[in-house]
Design a protein around this ligand. Structure first.
Ligand code: SF4
Length: 337
């Protein structure tokens, strides 16, 4: 959904944009100026089954929309557009492609933000796509308040530099295993900087390991934001950080939206798949010489070859050095925006 926002902004220049989204994705689009309304489609609960689909289709039809851009390519969303009576445009690789009114080539060589943006392109201009797109998010007052409270509790002063680490991922093989060593390295380089750990509640053990490593190095106490913030709250916190070091996971895209300098660690996946960082300043680290990369679309639970070299061999000192490049010159750690 985050990478869809350049497409939403483009469409909003031509007319009202209504977005059909899951409850979690709907929250990401809160306050977005390009979005006239969000139709929540809770396909697992309140809108489950055929009756739920018909209900959501009626809501979509009521907006007066004429075209549906199928960022999410399931047969279910394709059927939704059909039932709503709106034409649909989607990728020629999507599961629901047989139901689309128009199919667009899925360009493997483009960033996914570009692919999505191109859904709204006249087929005769298919090659006209901006070289660089950046997503956008708009944390609201409640998201900002979450961050203010978190930083206040942690005793962080205005302008105090923050370094964000996002050690989690849904997929085990995407989780770089040395964030604790990196935190030790960073605490040695910048004793006055504070490390903020982003992630879901399930990432709390990773934050605990980072806390211990920083304590051992005598660094300032970390800010453990795992499970504490909404997605837009995490975006608001990233807006306040000098740099984010992250795996190939959601915080990478949040940082792109907030233009937070990013050090991205890729193991079983590669940026060429279309999901690399888009912040103006970013560095990608990975073992490019490994012929087994990429080994899956999303990363898996275990390395199929058993050695997991793609992540194990990325060193904390290399990542620390990449983070250091983002301090020169440092992003101004100003007030929340
Ligand atoms: S097969 Fe290669 S790319 Fe995949 S997890 Fe193992 S080391 Fe990483």
């Amino acid at each position: 959904m985050i990478l869809t926002t350049p497409l939403l902004e483009r469409l909003a220049r031509a007319g009202e944009v209504h977005v059909v989204a899951t409850p979690a994705n709907a929250a990401v689009l809160a306050n977005h100026p390009a979005v006239a309304s969000v139709i929540v489609y809770d396909k697992r609960r309140t809108d489950a089954g055929l009756l739920g689909l018909i209900r959501v289709a009626a809501r979509l039809r009521a907006t007066g929309a004429t075209t549906a851009y199928m960022a999410q390519g399931s047969w279910r969303t394709a059927a939704l557009a059909r039932v709503a009576g709106v034409s649909s445009v989607g990728f020629d690789t999507s599961a629901g492609r047989w139901l689309y009114s128009r199919r667009v080539a899925y360009r493997k060589d483009w960033h996914h933000a570009q692919r999505l943006w191109a859904l709204a392109t006249d087929p005769r201009d298919a090659s006209v796509v901006p070289e660089r797109l950046r997503p956008s998010l708009y944390p609201g007052a409640s998201d900002q308040a979450q961050v203010t409270a978190l930083l206040h509790t942690a005793g962080v002063g205005d302008g105090e530099p923050l370094i964000a680490l996002a050690p989690g991922s849904v997929w085990a093989t995407k989780r770089w295993p040395s964030y604790d060593a990196l935190a030790r390295d960073l605490a040695g380089r910048w004793p006055d900087a504070r490390i903020a750990v982003l992630g879901a509640a399930a990432d709390a053990p990773l934050a605990a390991a980072i806390r211990i490593a920083v304590q051992e190095r005598g660094g300032a106490p970390i800010i453990d934001a795992t499970g504490q913030l909404s997605l837009l709250g995490s975006a608001a916190l990233l807006a306040r950080c000098v740099v984010l070091a992250t795996n190939d996971s959601a915080p990478l895209h949040l940082a792109s939206a907030m233009n937070t300098p990013t050090v991205a660690l890729f193991g079983p996946t590669v940026p060429a798949m279309g999901f690399g960082p888009l912040a103006d300043r970013h560095v990608v680290l990975g073992r490019d010489e490994l012929t087994c990369r990429p080994c899956s679309a999303h990363g898996g639970e275990a390395c199929p070859l058993g050695h997991w070299t793609c992540m194990r061999d990325v060193t904390a000192s290399d990542v620390g050095a990449a983070v250091a490049t983002m301090f020169d010159p440092p992003r101004e750690a100003g007030p929340l925006r």
